[in-house]
Write a protein that binds this ligand. Structure first.
Ligand code: AMP
Length: 195
């Protein structure tokens, strides 16, 4: 399966992507994790991305699309993958569509995580303490939510139009949300997303 996880920062999609990856035996590909590791290793990509990430803005579409093109071509992603944090703009969504169709492939489903904003902010502030992420400061959290609404949310409509969108309530225990994801994926497969 080739699945995209769409959702605001703090919606739990990273945790759920890793869990679903284990269930499906495909890699979970997180552009945020790849970028953070590039920043830690001070690679050219990391050096370019760091300031943008710390402000809560988006790294350029060209850089991210090149990164995803390379990562999805790796052997372990041959039979499928879960994309966590990509695409994040309509441009990225269109680039992904082109990239997959060139390979004679397409997405299986897009899981869209719904979580109210106050819950998101609370979760991200909690995570800042636990993980020490440089972009989990209150001002940056606000900016990341704003960028999400402006740049990423339109992708829900893009995928709804393609019959791929599966909305999942992201509030609840990890196991509960995981069960909802399994149900949503099964239903997209049955109905082509028209449920
Ligand atoms: P995340 O861990 O997914 O919240 O990503 C952390 C940060 O990495 C984001 O706030 C962006 O600055 C950058 N980033 C991750 N994925 C993307 C993407 N697909 N497009 C642009 N920037 C991204």
């Amino acid at each position: 399966m080739r699945v995209v996880f769409l959702g605001p920062p703090g919606s739990g999609k990273g945790t759920q992507a890793k869990l679903l990856a284990e269930r499906l035996k495909v890699p979970a590909i997180s552009t945020g994790d790849i970028l953070r590791s590039a920043v830690r290793d001070r690679t050219p990509l990391g050096v370019q991305a760091q300031a943008v990430m710390e402000k809560g803005e988006l790294v350029s579409d060209d850089l991210i699309v090149a990164l995803i093109r390379e990562r999805t071509a790796a052997h372990d992603a041959r039979d499928g993958f879960i994309l966590d944090g990509f695409p994040r703009t309509l441009e990225q969504g269109k680039a992904l569509e082109t990239m997959l169709s060139e390979m004679g492939e397409g997405l299986s489903a897009v899981v869209n995580f719904g979580v109210p904003e106050p819950v998101l902010a609370e979760r991200m502030l909690g995570r800042a303490g636990a993980e020490g992420r440089a972009d989990d400061r209150p001002e940056t959290i606000r900016e990341r939510l704003r960028v999400y609404r402006e740049k990423t949310e339109p992708l829900a409509g893009f995928y709804r139009d393609r019959g791929m969108l599966a909305n999942v309530d992201g509030v609840g225990e990890v196991e509960q949300v995981a069960a909802r994801i399994d149900e949503a994926l099964a239903s997209v497969r049955r109905t082509g997303g028209r449920a």
